[in-house]
Design a protein around this ligand. Structure first.
Ligand code: AGP
Length: 605
């Protein structure tokens, strides 16, 4: 899940490549590199670490070359190091690769003429292409022959000093997009690198390759059969990919949730008309009425969004059965799906490999798939039978926040639409519709009210190395999400647990090494949660309670939010958790937007 870029045109390639890599850095930041071609010679620049290291290096080695490729790495094969950085060279060719070559060891054993300088699977692909790049061969034919032998996933860009007027790109499993400008082309793993260059883009599908020259794009399949390139429009809001005065993208994305949520709800939730409806499902009311089972699929935060939404769908649609599945597990299970099922495929990036694989398997079984996606034009969005964009805008910080809130809202609207079509759950419907409409304002209010308080409390807990998040009912998925957020950016070992499960094991953990976040909602389970709190206090716990109740709570710290919401209050409490995790990570001096070992879009298994 690296980021690759390419450029061919009339402008200086180096600055375009490095600014593209900066935009894609959330896809991996272990090392970075670029290579440009001028007058039969290449200028290869690579550096371990962030793109900033590479930019400093490039400033001292500037060229006027107008063609080149680049890469920012998330290490899979070989440690973060300069020799494992891309581009990889083999003979006259240079290659950048995003994905995993699964049979690289077997291929490597056959490439005895190449001296390997890295531990990567990608260098094997470079050497393989070079092995077919004989004196009378074209780069295109060498790439095609090599890709016939490859097993695994790839998004690649390849150039050669022998044919310095073309960039060859190909895709199998990893995203690739070509921005079509005035006399130039910008190649990238996702649209964020094209913003400011062009809004015209060609999305490559699996099994497609393209020869990019200053004359244009020649699209073909992996047998060199011509294909028609479809140029689409991409959204290009530069401000969306800037921090806009915030210290970090994460804080910006937490604070902009009232706005992004309004975009999610816009035209879909109309309380005055008692209406909650999603366009784009491509389902008739009869087909909706026939739905008896929903399976929700996702990874990480997307999975937790599905888990929370499942509680709401259960409440909204009588008789509906729901499963929520971790995609990386489901894809290898011999699972059964009952008749009249639909699958909700949840993903912020729309590129997560395990989620995509589940989508393809479920489609293969003839079950309808509906996407709940943020990234416009992404692979999952293009392959589902129907679905919605949650319109949360580009999410740059690796830790997902605004997408979670918008995904739960979108799936709740789906539940409302299903219930209205089936004619069930009338009483709850209007409550949910009203609460959804009020949610952006409620979150705005709470962000204003408690931000400073959360900051102070977070600094008090930042020294701990272990945390336990506890919640009951709809607050259980929220506890899981809270623990994930904290883990991702603070590196504190944290676990989310159902409050009622405490006595069945985790209570043994309670000692001074741990702090506990207890989520308490002022509802029918309040007293049960208070009993859990008492159990933790009895063992010397250090409890931070986050609640919408004004009742007495015997905890070390209590953050109270004022909200008139009830059913959707867990989404507001979760925003407080997001702020807490952010300020803990800042207090620990971590790279909040690009936490170690992670990447924003997991396009490999
Ligand atoms: C969440 O903060 C993480 N970045 C990660 O768990 C993420 O939710 C997961 O990789 C799924 O990504 P997706 O929504 O883009 O499919």
């Amino acid at each position: 899940m690296c980021g690759i870029v390419g450029y061919i045109g009339n402008k200086k390639a180096q600055p375009i490549l490095t600014s593209g890599l900066r935009r894609l850095e959330y896809r991996g930041y272990d090392s970075a590199g670029i290579v440009t071609l001028g007058d039969k010679q290449a200028t290869l620049l690579r550096a371990k670490g962030k793109v900033a290291e590479l930019v400093a290096f490039a400033d001292g080695n500037a060229t006027d070359d107008t063609i080149g490729i680049g890469h920012t790495r998330w290490a899979t094969h070989g440690v973060p190091a300069e020799n494992n950085a891309h581009p990889h060279q083999a003979g006259d060719i240079y290659l950048v690769h995003n994905g995993i070559i699964e049979n690289y060891k077997e291929l490597k054993a056959t490439l005895t003429n190449h001296t390997f300088k890295s531990e990567t699977d990608s260098e094997v692909l470079a050497a393989l292409i070079d092995s077919f790049y004989t004196a009378d061969a074209t780069l295109e034919s060498a790439v095609i022959q090599a890709l016939q032998l490859v097993e695994g996933t790839y998004g690649i860009a390849v150039i050669s000093t022998r044919e310095p007027d073309q960039v060859i790109v190909a895709r199998m499993g990893s995203p690739l997009i070509i921005g079509v400008g005035e006399g130039d082309l910008v190649i990238a793993s996702d649209a964020s690198a094209l913003i400011g260059h062009t809004t015209n883009a060609i999305y490559l599908n699996d099994g497609e390759m393209a020869i990019c020259t200053r004359e244009g794009v020649t699209l073909e399949d992996l047998e060199a059969q011509p294909l028609t390139a479809k140029v689409e429009q991409i959204e290009a809001d530069m401000s969306a990919i800037q921090k806009q005065g915030y210290d970090h993208f994460l804080l910006k994305e937490i604070m902009e949730q009232p706005t992004t949520l309004r975009s999610t709800l816009n035209g879909r939730v109309v309380p005055s008309e008692y209406r909650a409806q999603l366009g784009g499902l491509n389902m008739t009311n009869d087909e909706l009425r026939d739905v008896d089972h929903v399976v929700i699929i996702g990874c990480g935060t997307a999975y937790y969004a599905g888990l929370l939404a499942s509680y709401y769908l259960e409440q909204l649609v009588d008789g509906l059965t729901i499963d929520v599945e971790i995609a990386s597990e489901l894809r290898y299970r011999s699972f059964n799906l009952p008749k009249n099922s639909v699958a909700l495929v949840v993903s912020q990036s729309g590129e997560t490999a395990d989620t995509l694989a589940c989508l393809r398997e479920i489609k293969r079984r003839g079950v309808r798939t509906l996407g709940v996606i943020n990234a416009v034009g992404s692979t999952i969005a293009r392959e589902v039978d129907g679905g919605v964009y949650v319109h949360a805008g580009p999410e740059i910080s690796v830790a997902s926040t605004k997408a979670f809130t918008s995904q739960v809202a979108a799936m709740t609207i789906f539940g409302l639409q299903l219930a209205q079509t089936k004619g069930t759950g009338a009483k709850e419907l209007s409550e949910y519709i009203n609460e959804l409409a009020e949610l952006p304002d409620e979150i705005e209010q709470v962000l204003g009210d408690v931000r400073e308080e959360v900051k102070a409390v977070a600094e008090k807990y930042a020294h701990y190395e272990h945390g336990l998040f506890l919640g009951r009912d709809t607050l259980f998925p929220v506890a899981l999400e809270g623990a994930l957020k904290l883990k991702e950016i603070s590196y504190i070992q944290a676990e989310g647990y159902a409050g009622g499960e405490l006595k069945h094991g985790p209570l043994a953990l309670i000692d001074d090494r741990f702090f506990e976040v207890m989520l308490l909602q002022d509802n029918w389970l309040f007293d049960k949660s208070i009993s859990n709190l008492a159990e933790v206090n009895a063992r010397g716990g250090h409890v931070l309670a986050i609640t919408n109740s004004n009742k007495d709570i015997d905890a070390e710290e209590v953050i109270r939010i004022k909200t008139k919401l009830d059913l959707l209050a867990p989404l507001v409490l979760n925003v407080v958790q997001q702020l807490f995790a952010y300020y803990v990570a800042v207090a620990r001096g971590n790279d909040v937007d690009q936490p170690r070992n992670l990447a924003k879009s997991v396009t490999v298994e």
